[in-house]
Design a protein around this ligand. Structure first.
Ligand code: 3PG
Length: 231
């Protein structure tokens, strides 16, 4: 991605700041962002209620299954306490699909101009994926300061954030990808890491088994990480 080629039209600047701030506010609300694979849309409401009961109200449904958009819609309709995002957005059309389903934010593995422009134009709060300094610069050129550090790969992301936060003091990172609960305190101790993402709160086997009490128990563990935050 070439950040130097990215220019935000002046007419979109107000929308940009609205969508960028929205994502920072969402990260401030949760120390852990569950990432959910939904294969059967009718499990979505049960999973969402289980998470809310455990104290986790912000989470992401991956748009990698045919049931995902219907799942987002169902959560919006039946679990108003939840804030649900759509993950794995890859292009402008995905941003539109996510919004049509009622997604309240979007998450991406990386950033390309048509996706960034759509999120700004349509005011969808976005958590774009980055790993390198150049990718952070490109995302920040679009006004995005809440960034998904991907793939964090266990504890590898800790060092990466330590380097990046020195150069980009305004950026906030949500590492995801291969993070286990035991890694979380090291991430949340970092000044610029308010939130850690992961699917461990909603393991696919528990979702498939509709074991909602077990998901609530994991959500309680996740919510308890609030006290591990540095700020
Ligand atoms: C993804 O987008 O695939 C997630 O970041 C993966 O997270 P996980 O390793 O916790 O499933």
């Amino acid at each position: 991605m070439n950040g130097a080629m990215v220019q935000v039209p002046a007419s979109q600047l107000k929308d940009l700041h609205r969508s960028a701030q929205g994502m920072l506010d969402l990260l401030a609300r949760t120390p852990v962002m569950p990432i959910i694979w939904i294969h059967e849309a009718d499990t979505a409401v049960g999973v969402a209620r289980a998470l809310v009961e455990g104290g986790v109200t912000v989470f992401e449904v991956l748009l990698r299954t045919p049931a995902a958009l219907q799942a987002v819609e169902a959560v919006r309709r039946h679990v108003p306490e939840a804030t649900v995002g759509a993950g794995t957005l890859l292009c402008a059309a995905d941003v539109q699909r996510a919004l049509d389903a009622g997604a309240q934010f979007g998450v991406t593995p990386g950033l390309v101009p048509d996706l960034a422009q759509a999120a700004v134009r349509l005011q969808l709060p976005l958590l774009p994926g980055v790993w390198t300094a150049s990718e952070v610069m490109s995302a920040m050129a679009w006004g995005f300061e809440a960034l998904k550090l991907f793939p964090a790969n266990g504890l590898q992301g800790v060092q990466q954030i330590e380097h990046l936060q020195g150069v980009f003091p305004r950026a906030r990172f949500c590492p995801t990808g291969g993070i286990k609960p035991e890694h979380i305190p090291q991430y949340l101790a970092l000044r610029s890491c308010p939130t850690v993402g992961g699917s461990w709160v909603t393991p696919r086997a528990l979702v498939a088994a509709r074991d909602y009490p077990a998901i609530t128990a994991l959500a309680r563990q996740a919510a308890a990480f609030m006290s591990a935050r540095s700020a």
